[in-house]
Design a protein around this ligand. Structure first.
Ligand SMILES: Cc1cc2nc3c(=O)[nH]c(=O)nc-3n(C[C@H](O)[C@H](O)[C@H](O)COP(=O)(O)OP(=O)(O)OC[C@H]3O[C@@H](n4cnc5c(N)ncnc54)[C@H](O)[C@@H]3O)c2cc1C
Length: 556
């Protein structure tokens, strides 16, 4: 029987990201995907700024390959609402979320591409890591053990589809990244909370020259709203590959009626030009749900991605929330597997990520309701209170989500509060206010050493990082002590001190909320674990105690 530290069920974007992120932390994994290859028919297109920050940790080969497939930036800059592409434009909204916050806030830009293009990049990166074995064409048929607190290992039953041969895999932990209809989740009996069946859509992948209606006004999404055609056009490469989502009434008709001929007719009507000649490449369907699993951790199994939460795609948060799940649990699994942290640390995956998933789910649902309101206004429905123009203007949060994407925070046993209050922006979805308050993403700042420029984010490599002010020598000594006591990887970096990283903008102290002799402990996922605004009487005790708490260990 194969025996691995971690087995990953599902080779979609989240399963592949799990293999990469575990490899980053030095953990071997086995990924099992029932299909022979990565997806051919794309759904997701957008990897947001936070996901691209995470991708920096997967090595330059993966990161640069992703950046290389990005669409020209103009295509990310707005959402356009029309009656038909050839008809009246109802309005447009600039999209700071899709186009990114700029280099002062992040070293990264978001990616707009397509899932069929970026999945193979993740696959190649995972294979090249040397720590992940990927078996495509291998289907997990069931979980024999691992779903209870008493189980000392996971055992999966797997079938190789080509040969029909069944075999068992044994692992310390399993990641269920097997999608919205997760068989693992079903077998564990984990319920979903939230509304489902909110809408029915046909997802059409096609090729057509839509330049006459789009090239002069590139956009991330072109919504159409006339009486008989409601849906959206989504550019995949700005060279003629497109998706469209066709909304249909699931009570009155079935997906089966959407053959290629009907999809061509819909595209012509939605463009408003009968002479357009779309080449239909494939047709799929999906149902809009806004659900989150009641538990993300059960025994030795962790749910991630769509297996854990099904978000309405309005906002493009599905893959992104999933990648960020993986980023949250990978370091915890690595430390528990190495015996440095207690297994209770894994429970904080649920405590930290479930509220974020719920929040992202609810905001994504609100986006879809904004679109419904625009549709109602465009059709002059009796209940519509706003004009189409005002309905578009009122949908500003859809596409402008930097507060939500970068400003979320964690509260759990793996975070040591410092008594400070949260400072949300004027609109907590739209406005990102950088903060190094414990639980938040440690903010980006450009630093320099020996003429080399680097983001603070690049200092948070595999282990913990203690950032101190220039007079933080006692914290640096405390870090050496804590490292020895707890056996954990911990680097101390004095920002602004001679010979260390300099702070050309002079903004570190204010951004991180500490004085020259203060310190901030950052977790391997770049979230702040502990902050001391100034020197402590016994820094060794303070730091070891904080780190001991984060690792779910009795003090020092
Ligand atoms: C129209 C549309 C547009 C979207 N746009 C975006 C976007 O722009 N940005 C974004 O972030 N998200 C977007 N999403 C959401 C996104 O597509 C999903 O959130 C994402 O695909 C989830 O990834 P996953 O890896 O969790 O699951 P999946 O992509 O569903 O992958 C699960 C994998 O598990 C495999 N599997 C299942 N069962 C087994 C088994 N028993 N054994 C082995 N393998 C198994 C499946 O074959 C599959 O490959 C969109 C969704 C839709 C419908």
């Amino acid at each position: 029987m194969d025996r691995v530290p971690v087995v990953i069920v599902g080779g979609g974007p989240v399963g592949l990201a799990a293999a990469l992120e575990l490899a980053r932390h030095g953990v071997r994994s086995l990924l099992l995907e029932r299909h022979d290859a990565t997806t051919w028919h794309p759904k997701a297109r957008n990897l947001n700024t936070r996901t691209m920050e995470i991708a920096r940790g997967w090595g330059t080969a993966v990161h640069d390959a992703l950046v290389a497939v990005n669409l020209p930036r103009a295509w990310m800059s707005r959402i356009i609402y029309t009656r038909t592409l050839d008809g009246e434009e109802l309005g447009r909204v600039s999209t700071g979320g899709f186009s990114g916050p700029g280099r002062d806030v992040s070293p990264e830009m978001p990616l707009l591409s397509s899932q069929d293009v970026f999945e193979p990049i993740l696959r190649r990166g995972a294979e090249a890591s040397g720590l992940a074995e990927l078996r495509f064409g291998h289907e997990v048929e069931g979980l024999e053990s691992g779903g209870t607190g008493e189980d000392d290992r996971v055992v999966l039953i797997v079938r190789e589809r080509a040969s029909g041969l069944a075999y068992r895999v044994e692992a310390d932990y399993a990641i269920a990244a097997d999608g919205a209809d997760s068989g693992v989740r079903a077998q564990l009996g984990i319920e979903l909370d939230g509304p489902r069946g909110l809408g029915h859509f046909v997802n059409v992948y096609f090729r057509a020259d839509l330049d006459p209606w789009t090239a002069h006004r590139p956009a991330v999404l072109f919504w159409v709203a006339s009486d008989d055609t409601r849906g959206v056009f989504q550019p995949l490469d700005a060279r003629g590959r497109w998706l469209c989502q066709i909304a249909y009434d699931g009570r009155a008709e079935t997906f089966a009626r959407y053959d290629a001929e009907r999809c061509v007719a819909w595209i012509r009507a939605a463009v408003g030009a009968p002479r357009v000649v779309p080449e239909i490449l494939s047709i799929g369907t999906w149902t809009m749900n806004a659900t989150v699993a009641r538990q993300l951790v059960r025994g030795r199994v962790l749910l991630a991605g769509d297996a854990a939460h099904q978000l309405p795609p309005t906002g493009g948060f599905g893959v992104n929330t999933g990648v960020q799940d993986v980023h949250n649990f990978a370091w915890k699994l690595a430390l528990v597997h190495a015996g440095v942290a207690a297994p209770a640390l894994l429970d904080t995956y649920d405590t930290e990520r479930r509220p974020v998933a719920r929040y992202n789910c609810d905001r994504s649902l609100e986006n879809s309701l904004m679109v419904a309101r625009i549709n109602a206004a465009a059709s002059g429905e009796s209940g519509a209170r706003l004009s189409p123009k005002d309905a578009v203007a009122a949908s500003r949060r859809y596409g402008n989500f930097l507060g939500m994407e970068l400003g979320f925070h964690y509260e759990s046993a793996a975070v040591v509060p410092d008594g400070s209050e949260r400072e949300p922006g004027a609109d907590e979805v739209i406005d990102y206010v950088p903060s190094a308050r414990p639980g938040h993403r440690a903010p980006h700042l450009w630093l320099e050493r020996a003429g080399e420029r680097c983001s603070t984010l690049d200092l948070f490599a595999r282990g913990f990082t203690l950032l101190t002010g220039p007079a933080g020598a006692r914290w640096t000594e405390a870090a050496a002590d804590a490292r020895a006591r707890l056996g954990v990887a911990l680097d101390a970096r004095a920002i602004g001190a001679e010979g260390e990283w300099t702070d050309p903008s002079g903004g570190f102290s204010e951004l991180y909320g500490i004085g020259e002799d203060g310190a901030v402990l950052v977790r391997p996922d770049g979230h702040v674990a502990f902050r001391a605004a100034e020197a402590a009487t016994s820094p060794t005790e303070r730091l070891s105690s904080a780190l001991g708490q984060v690792l779910s260990r009795a003090q020092g």
